[in-house]
Design a protein around this ligand. Structure first.
Ligand SMILES: *[C@@H]1O[C@H](CO)[C@@H](O)[C@H](O)[C@H]1NC(C)=O
Ligand SMILES: *[C@@H]1O[C@H](CO)[C@@H](O)[C@H](O)[C@H]1NC(C)=O
Length: 869
């Protein structure tokens, strides 16, 4: 594939689109690579020529995405060219079209090591301990039963009797309940599982019979076979054995021992986004299930999500893979529980497109490592209580008895899904999730029954165990007669702007958005499956915050939890949390989000904004379209000016139906709703939205309080926190909870200051004009007025060195004659800084915490010091 690509480029056959094979072997030691999303009408060759790059062909897994390469250079030459063009346009008013206009997305490819295996982690010593090893005798009954299974199926695998996760003769019942499925002849035939990992030893005699070469590739070394090469490249092979080790005389058997198994090698070296994207959709028409036992570090402080190319690739596979039924992704939940980690801080496990699987040990107890989160669908067996998973190892005839962590749990469920697909290959990726939610078995070993909530499906959900442990027999039985769910539909709320300081303590700050039957009818959404919440919280210590989502029926999702090691002084920036606890709900009614800052210290924050998305089954599949590919900005809220409450030109004021309720003594701020920028505006009508913000009283109370008031006028519907809380101005102006008189005084003073600043500007403009005639050098200095001088009414033009640059910028912005300073006028930081001088602003720009620089350095050290304390 690559030779023709180069030849085409050489001979300038620009019209013939050259596709890069997915099996790309890029040499990052000699070249830089750029991934560009181009307008389909443009010519990639022309773009390459303009940028001085070599065209390297089109990505065959993403429409209109092309690769370009050049000799190595430290800079991002594409981004530089784009910035230079913007600068020319702005400053030189050079508006001539450029080939760069066709670039919708550009990313220089950097090989990074950001994904880690989720195998057995060292058992923490003090404080957080594993359960003691449990040694039970085998029971005669179960031994007889197993002997019967072995005989009927003709199993001769030497370690089958040690594979307790398949048939447990000691903790009877604590296994995957799979042998009854095999006895029906359901063994995974026809389904293919791809292990995305550090390799797969296709020469192992246990894997060879089921190895699917066509679905395999080594993205680390650019080779056809995913052969493990490094010392510690055993992980992928062990996972593969759990899924599809053959029924033969080597080691044990896989859950789906007749399924095909392929391997994609990505974890053995740093990898670029485009290669990772290619890897997890590699052969996506033939690889049905991708089993991923890895992710960003589980250290309790990382918050990382796949990049845009990877997200697009996953969506492409979910929409078009398996002949349109959708590729199935299974992810290990993560091993960071001992470090207080939560799988909602991982953008792979909290994607609606992945099935997140946690671990339990052989006693049905929670092992110290397995993370919890609202995005976790189910659990299955893995290491703990003195045992681990027995499976195939690298080598021709080698086994291991120490495979574990959530790494070992994910592949077992991938194997179960292979069994399901071998009976029902027509099931969609969402059918698989429904079946998992409806058939997993809750259990009440350690946690009290009360920690399991009864959900709208009638099934119980726990954040630690999802819908329970996966039962192979149950899920296959239900799959046999399952009626496919209708196409996916979605409802996106507008951004709900809260912009209120979060009170410390256990109550938190809540904001409610009501979804009406009408909105969901327009959105063509019949019932909810996944719910995602994208939000911005500015905070000086991210680990202090936690977030709950209360559904209209009272089901609670803990979207995030406090993390004792997470010192990041940034809060949440456009982060999307996910929950599977609301499967089966109608979605109609009040959804309340509560942000808490329950760790009382000097670190503080502000709940800026949020939006909720309901994903589920459509009412009428005939009119339902497909979700457009994600874009860079779709989950960013750009229009917020946090200081004035005034939103950019594209925004609208709240409808009279918007309620703003503030029940503490905190400043009243308007909640302004902008129209949704949803992919299909007609399907996500938000015009009747009614967001309400409540500085928290307990949610049940606040719900009752604001219920039924959505049609009242703003002033009537809002219970005033104080008798002086009325406003004489339109609602876009904050009242600060002050009396009318005080407001008049404040706004009057503000107006005077504004008039003064404007005349000052005009004055200097004229001065500059005059001065330029005499002296072209810009050596004039003057000072910005600080707050004290403003309030004192001192209008002298004091000269101070520290302020010189800022003053110069302001000056030049007025004059509009200096290229460089005009450019920096566009600079966001400059804007934010200047706004900090306005009254009523307890916080800086969106996503920027208060006093980030100062407080970050002196954040709490209390909890530092690793696992062992
Ligand atoms: C396990 O499978 C058997 C059939 O082999 C079935 O009768 C039983 O109900 C299953 N157990 C559970 C807990 O679902
Ligand atoms: C958007 O809505 C129109 C009709 O209202 C429909 O035909 C189209 O398929 C929808 N597209 C998406 C992406 O939902």
């Amino acid at each position: 594939m690559r030779v023709p690509t180069i030849l085409l480029a050489l001979f300038g056959l620009a019209s013939a689109t050259s596709h890069i094979s997915e099996r790309s072997n890029r040499d990052y030691t000699t070249h830089d690579y750029y991934a560009l999303h181009l307008d389909p009408s443009s010519s990639p060759h022309e773009v390459a020529l303009h940028l001085g790059l070599d065209y390297d062909g089109q990505l065959d897994f993403l429409d209109d995405h092309h690769m370009f390469k050049a000799a190595k250079h430290p800079n991002d030459v594409v981004e530089e060219s784009i910035q230079a063009l913007k600068h020319r346009r702005k400053v030189k008013r050079d508006l001539s079209p450029s080939p760069l206009d066709s670039i919708k997305f550009n990313q220089k490819q950097v090989q990074r090591k950001r994904l880690f295996k989720r195998g057995i982690i060292p058992r923490p010593l003090a404080g957080l301990h594993d359960r003691d090893a449990v040694v039970l005798p085998e029971t005669t009954n179960s031994l007889l039963e197993r002997a019967d299974v072995i005989k009927q199926l003709g199993i001769t695998d030497p370690i089958f009797s040690a594979q307790w996760h398949l048939f447990n003769t000691k903790e009877v019942g604590n296994d995957m309940n799979v042998t009854g499925v095999w006895l029906q002849g359901i063994t995974g035939k026809g389904a293919t599982v791809c292990i995305v990992d550090d390799g797969l030893d296709m020469d192992s005699l246990d894997l060879k019979p089921n190895y699917f070469a066509k679905g395999s590739y080594d993205f680390n070394d650019g080779q056809d076979e995913p052969k493990p090469k490094l010392d510690d490249d055993q992980h992928g092979t062990r996972c593969a054995g759990e899924v599809a080790a053959a029924k033969n005389d080597v080691c044990g058997v896989g859950v789906a021992y007749d399924a095909r198994i392929s391997g994609v090698r990505i974890l053995s070296a740093p990898i670029s986004d485009v290669d990772e994207a290619a890897s997890i959709v590699y052969g996506f028409q033939e690889n049905d299930i991708y089993s991923c036992s890895w992710g960003p570090p589980d250290d309790g402080r990382t918050m990382d999500a796949p990049g845009l190319l990877i997200k697009k690739a996953i969506l492409k596979a979910v929409q078009e893979g398996r002949g349109g039924k959708g590729t199935i992704y299974v992810f290990a939940a993560g091993n960071g529980a001992a470090a207080g980690d939560n799988c909602n801080f991982d953008g792979y496990t909290n994607s609606i497109y992945s099935v997140t699987i946690g671990a339990i040990d052989k006693t049905d107890a929670h092992p110290y490592y397995s993370e919890k989160c609202s995005a976790q669908l189910a659990v299955t067996y893995s290491s703990g209580a003195g045992e681990a998973i027995h499976t195939t190892d690298i080598g021709t005839n080698k086994c291991t008895n120490i495979h574990g962590g959530t790494s070992a749990a994910g592949p077992l469920v991938s194997g179960v899904f292979a069994l399901v697909l071998s009976v029902r290959p027509d099931l969609s990726w969402r059918d698989i999730q429904w079946l998992t939610a409806l058939t997993s078995v809750p259990f009440y070993k350690q946690e009290k029954e009360s920690e399991w909530q009864t959900t709208a499906t009638g099934r119980k959900f726990s954040h630690q165990y999802g819908y329970g442990k996966v039962d192979a027999w149950q899920i296959v039985e239900l799959a046999k007669t399952w009626k496919n769910v209708k196409k996916q539909a979605w409802y996106f709320s507008p951004w709900i702007h809260v912009r209120t300081a979060i009170p410390e303590g256990s109550n938190g700050l809540s904001s409610t958005f009501e979804i009406t039957p009408d909105m969901l009818r327009v959105a063509n959404l019949e019932r909810v499956e996944h719910v995602t919440v994208t939000m911005n919280v500015a905070h000086t210590r991210r680990g202090d915050i936690s977030v709950e989502l209360h559904s209209p029926t009272g089901i609670i999702s803990h979207l995030s939890e406090t993390r004792r090691f997470d010192e990041a002084p940034i809060g949440y920036i456009d982060w999307t949390f996910m929950t599977v606890a609301h499967f089966g709900e109608t979605g109609i009614g009040k959804w309340t989000i509560i942000v808490k800052d329950s760790i009382e210290n000097k670190n503080k924050g502000t709940f800026t904004d949020w939006r909720i998305k309901l994903w589920g089954e459509s009412i009428d599949p005939a009119v339902q379209g497909m979700l457009p590919m994600p874009t860079e900005n779709e989950d960013k809220d750009h229009d917020v000016d946090v200081t004035t409450g005034v939103i950019g030109t594209t925004s609208v004021q709240p409808k009279p139906t918007s309620n703003i309720i503030v029940t503490t003594g905190l400043p009243t701020r308007p909640s302004i709703v902008k129209p949704t920028d949803s992919p299909n505006a007609s399907s996500t009508d938000s015009s009747t939205g009614s967001p309400t913000s409540v500085a928290q009283t307990p949610p049940s109370e606040s719900q009752g309080e604001s219920a039924g008031e959505t049609n009242g006028k703003l002033d009537e519907a809002v219970p005033s926190p104080s008798p002086t809380g009325s406003s004489f101005l339109p609602s876009v102006f904050p009242t600060f909870g002050l009396s009318k008189r005080t407001q008049i005084w404040i706004y009057g003073a503000l107006a005077l200051i504004l008039i003064f600043v404007a005349s000052l500007g005009a004055y200097f403009f004229v001065q500059r004009r005059r001065r330029l005639r005499n002296n072209p050098r810009d050596n004039y200095e003057f000072a910005m007025l600080d707050d004290q001088e403003e309030t004192d009414g001192m209008l002298a033009s004091t000269t101070r060195r520290g302020r010189r640059r800022r003053a110069g910028e302001l000056y030049d912005a007025f004059a509009g004659e200096s290229d460089e300073d005009l450019f920096s006028d566009d600079d966001a930081e400059y804007r934010d800084e200047s706004r900090e001088h306005l009254p009523g602003t307890g916080f800086a720009g969106k996503g920027r915490p208060v006093n980030e620089k100062d407080d970050g350095a002196q954040s709490d050290d209390d909890e530092k010091g690793g696992l062992v304390r």
